[in-house]
Design a protein around this ligand. Structure first.
Ligand SMILES: Nc1ncnc2c1ncn2[C@@H]1O[C@H](COP(=O)(O)OP(=O)(O)OP(=O)(O)O)[C@@H](O)[C@H]1O
Length: 610
């Protein structure tokens, strides 16, 4: 039973072992003594309620409460004018005005969480009338204990409040200092947002969104954030949700790492969310990824160039001459220097130019190929520098020139030797810092581009003959790549044949070029190089026979060496005759056998395995 309940006993009794205060008080309550007992009871209750009221007021401090409480105590005692009181707590003393210690003393402890943390003492200044050594009533002992319990509760509440306020303050200071946005949402409404949150979502003041629904978050493109709120449930405590949200902010893509933690706030479910702007980290990550991809693809190219050695991108060839070309391409690609490629017609100069571009740093920009042989002197500016609308009759709209189109990328000048000296001067000026103007424009522009040029003949010859300015020559020919003609790398022919036939739709029943046809292809001189080979194969597949359009001799019949034995010589002669017959019949074996006067089966026996 608590002390408070004890107080509700209907009559006052003398304390155990003490002498009776008055006889009538020691007796059951009589009608005449009832008003007096009632007055006593009211005094006790006043004291207790007074103390309870003290902590109703949340804004007061603990010392204030203790001081008021101690002042309320004497009035509840039997002889208030003789009573004084003291509360000791946390090394502090709170006393009534005329406090004095005497032998007539009563005490109770203040206990907090099972610990003795303070005391309440009541003293009488002097011996109350009609009393022995212990002048206090049993009810007063109960009352004092009840006050002690009340104050313990006050203390517990105040300490909890202080701890809460302190942690709230700590949290507030923390959240106001951190760079991460913090928001507390309950019932789908914002209860708290920190300054970083406001900054992140362009909210001018926290008050603008406090108490408002999450859907009211309007600044910028925050649809994704609102969606993210919808994806979590305030009620699912412990189910933390983390995600990275991408949205556009002032024309820029931003990334925010959101973490929603369902918590209990004021005893009800709420959502505590943090928002971290990770745009910078994300951009760095993406740049690192791009770099890793680039390195990976470069490594792959290098690996393939080292290991496989039969191709580099679209360029095929396993000959030693082509290995040298691959090395030069990779070296040239690693720099931004101008490259001049030389080689006979159809030997793959444009392919090499593409390879240099594709393996270099400008690969994600344009490769603009210009056939210089087709550029007219009078149209040079218009084609290279572009024009503005109305610059000439028929200029209905602005049009970019080659330099604009190749800005950031590569300008490939095919047949560069065909540019006139005048054109060379204009181009040189435009790319050497002088800039250029589109026709009809007053604005001087400059283009950041790499020049790769190609020519069938050495450019030195053009300089010597006065057709090329030497400054232009030095500008375009920093790195030279010489492409070997196909006749000097015949071991590449089978690879090229296989490659082109894979691209051409072969007739049914033909899956490879017959051996003798291949022999013929190997023997041929290839003045038109790889392009001619491709066209010959195209015709072979379409027309069914080999046909060389070049003015040169189609093939050479090999003279038989005298030191060869008869068997080998016969075999070689046979193969040569079969090859010629097949050539004449366009690869038709039945007709070739007929031409040779042997059976088709005999022809097949004599054909080398293909
Ligand atoms: N090494 C090669 N591997 C595969 N295909 C090749 C090779 N060389 C040339 N070709 C092919 O031959 C054709 C001609 O190549 P390209 O246009 O690059 O030659 P070019 O030297 O620039 O010719 P031109 O001097 O006539 O401009 C293209 O179809 C090209 O794909």
């Amino acid at each position: 039973m608590t002390a408070e309940r004890n107080l509700k006993r209907p009559k006052r009794k003398p304390a155990q072992g003490r002498k009776a205060v008055t006889d009538d008080l020691c007796q059951p309550l009589s009608i005449s003594s009832a008003p007096n007992a009632l007055a006593e009871r009211i005094k006790e209750l006043n004291c207790l309620y007074g103390i309870s009221n003290l902590f109703e007021n949340q804004d007061v401090s603990l010392p204030w409460i203790m001081q008021r409480a101690v002042e309320l105590i004497p009035a509840a005692w039997q002889f208030p004018e003789n009573a004084c009181a003291r509360i000791r707590l946390d090394g502090q003393e709170y006393t009534t005005r005329n406090f004095k210690t005497t032998q007539w003393h009563q005490n109770t402890k203040i206990i907090l969480n099972g610990q003795h943390v303070g005391d309440i003492d009541v003293y009488y200044y002097k011996m109350p009338p009609r009393c022995d050594a212990n002048p206090f009533l049993e009810e007063e002992e109960h009352l004092l204990r009840a006050i002690g319990e009340r104050l313990s509760k006050v203390l517990w509440l105040k300490r909890s409040e202080e701890a809460l306020r302190e942690s709230e303050e700590r949290y507030r200071v923390l959240t106001e200092q951190v760079d991460e946005g913090v928001a507390l949402v309950q019932d789908n409404r914002f209860c708290y947002v920190n300054p970083a949150f406001c900054k992140l979502f362009h909210v001018s003041m926290a008050e603008d969104i406090l108490d408002r629904r999450v859907t009211n978050l309007r600044a910028g493109n925050t649809v994704e954030i609102v969606k993210s709120y919808r994806s979590v449930d305030e009620d699912k405590s412990g189910a933390r949700v983390e995600e990275v949200i991408q949205f556009s902010r002032s024309q820029r893509v931003a990334w925010i790492q959101v973490c929603h933690s369902p918590i209990a706030f004021k005893g009800r479910p709420a959502l505590l969310s943090t928002f971290k702007d990770i745009t910078e980290i994300k951009e760095q990550q993406m740049a690192a990824q791009r770099m890793a991809d680039l390195l990976d693809s470069e490594n792959r190219v290098l690996r393939s160039s080292l290991k496989e050695r039969y191709r580099l991108g679209d360029i095929l060839g396993r000959s030693a001459a082509m290995q040298g070309v691959y090395e030069l391409i990779l070296k040239a690609a690693a720099t931004d220097a101008s490259v001049a490629i030389f080689g006979e017609s159809g030997s793959g100069k444009e392919l090499v130019a593409h390879a240099v571009h594709n393996h270099g740093a400008r690969k994600n920009h344009r490769f603009v190929a210009v056939n210089c042989g087709a550029v007219q002197e009078s149209l040079f500016e218009r084609e290279f520098f572009g024009h503005r609308k109305g610059a000439f009759s028929g200029a209905h709209a602005d049009a970019p020139g080659y330099l604009d189109m190749a800005d950031g990328g590569t300008l490939f000048l095919d047949e560069v030797g065909d540019l006139t000296v005048g054109m060379q001067a204009k181009l040189l000026r435009a790319i050497e810092g002088g800039g250029y103007r589109a026709l009809g424009s007053t604005e001087t522009k400059s283009a950041d581009l790499r020049i790769i040029s190609a020519s069938n003949t050495p450019l030195e010859d053009r300089v010597n003959s006065g057709h090329m300015r030497s400054d232009f020559f030095y500008r375009v020919q920093v790195i030279q790549i010489q492409l070997p003609p196909l006749r000097q790398r015949k071991q590449d022919i089978p690879l090229l044949v296989e490659h082109f036939l894979r691209r051409i739709k072969m007739p049914a029943g033909m899956d490879r070029v017959p051996g003798p046809i291949m022999d013929t292809l190997m023997e041929y001189d290839w003045p038109g190089n790889v392009r001619e080979l491709r066209n010959v194969l195209q015709r072979f597949v379409t027309l069914g026979h080999l046909e060389f359009l070049s003015p040169k001799k189609p093939y050479n019949s090999l003279p038989l060496p005298v030191e060869m034995d008869l068997r080998s010589a016969t075999q070689q002669l046979e193969r040569s005759l079969i090859s010629k017959a097949l050539h004449r019949t366009g690869g038709n074996r039945t007709k070739a056998a007929k031409l040779l006067g042997i059976s088709r089966r005999a022809l097949f026996r004599k054909l080398p395995p293909s």
